[in-house]
Write a protein that binds this ligand. Structure first.
Ligand code: ZN
Length: 279
């Protein structure tokens, strides 16, 4: 089974995460397949807009931290950074090299795709899933969608692509991170994190209608407009802020590795879910 599907509908490329059995948990195989699909969409002159979707009931449960196809110890040809391979390295060196490439590096690379991207989000969009939605220019969510970054339970200050204070107002970001609570789609809309909330059965039609409207605009105009807003965010400190928080993130991983079972403080999908359900 292919972990990412690619199709073209007129001027719109649809990139679909395809591990519904694991709520589209993102392993490295999926990361590199996503990158390949995005590259293909950028290279195709007929494609004007890219939609990122998740197969099944949920957009994405986040990074793969516990499925049978977890591949954190596998080497892939690096695309997003010049860091050396994490495989065969120890401790922070391995983690920093790996996450610089597959998490922060890849997300930054995708944020700079020179064509408009739209995340079409239903169900869960958790932690690493947020990163995938946030790198997209627009987010259309169904009314059953929810967003959460619960990694404070692991002692970690947010996922690797630390866009939180830019994706929502800083005080809301603190509440979101302190509690790890699920933010329903409506609330995400209120705080400006998503563009539209639509009924679940309308999600695809609404997303494609928006994509088609944007696709009617000139290619270079769209690319320059995207770059203009991204540059403005970077001038507001987004890029430098993320770099500094990436250091805190790795301090937390290292502290966990030093004082608990592993760099995730011994947490796995089951214990994270149990903790969330108990709260
Ligand atoms: Zn990490």
């Amino acid at each position: 089974m292919t972990v990412v599907r690619y199709e073209r509908r007129g001027p719109v490329a649809v990139v679909t995460m395809n591990r519904p059995k694991y709520r589209n948990a993102q392993n490295s195989a999926m990361t590199y397949a996503l990158d390949e699909a995005f590259y293909r969409a950028v290279a195709d002159d007929e494609v004007k807009v890219i939609v990122l979707a998740g197969e099944g009931k949920h957009f994405s449960a986040g990074h793969d931290i516990g499925t049978p196809e977890r591949d954190a110890h596998v080497s892939f040809t690096r695309k997003a950074s010049l860091w050396w391979d994490h495989v065969g390295k120890e401790g922070a060196e391995s983690r920093f090299a790996r996450e610089s490439e597959v998490y922060l590096g890849m997300c930054r690379r995708w944020r700079e795709i020179p064509k408009p991207t739209i995340a079409m989000v239903q169900g869960a969009c958790i932690a690493g899933g947020l990163m995938l939605a946030w790198v997209c220019d627009l987010i259309v969510a169904s009314d059953d969608a929810f967003f959460a970054d619960p990694v404070v339970r692991m002692g970690i200050p947010g996922v690797e692509y630390f866009a939180h204070p830019w994706a929502m107002p800083p005080r809301i970001a603190k509440e979101f991170l302190f509690t790890g609570d699920r933010m329903p789609a409506r609330r995400a809309y209120e705080v400006g994190m998503v563009n539209r909330v639509v009924a679940r059965e309308e999600l695809e039609a609404e997303t494609f209608a928006l994509a088609e409207r944007i696709a009617a605009m000139p290619r270079l105009g769209l690319a320059l407009t995207k770059k203009a807003v991204n540059q403005a965010e970077d001038l507001q400190g987004m890029r430098a802020g993320m770099d500094s928080v990436f250091g805190l993130h790795h301090l937390a991983h290292a502290h966990n590795a030093e004082t608990s079972a592993d760099s995730l403080a011994g947490m796995d999908p089951r214990s994270m879910k149990a903790a969330a359900d108990g709260s």
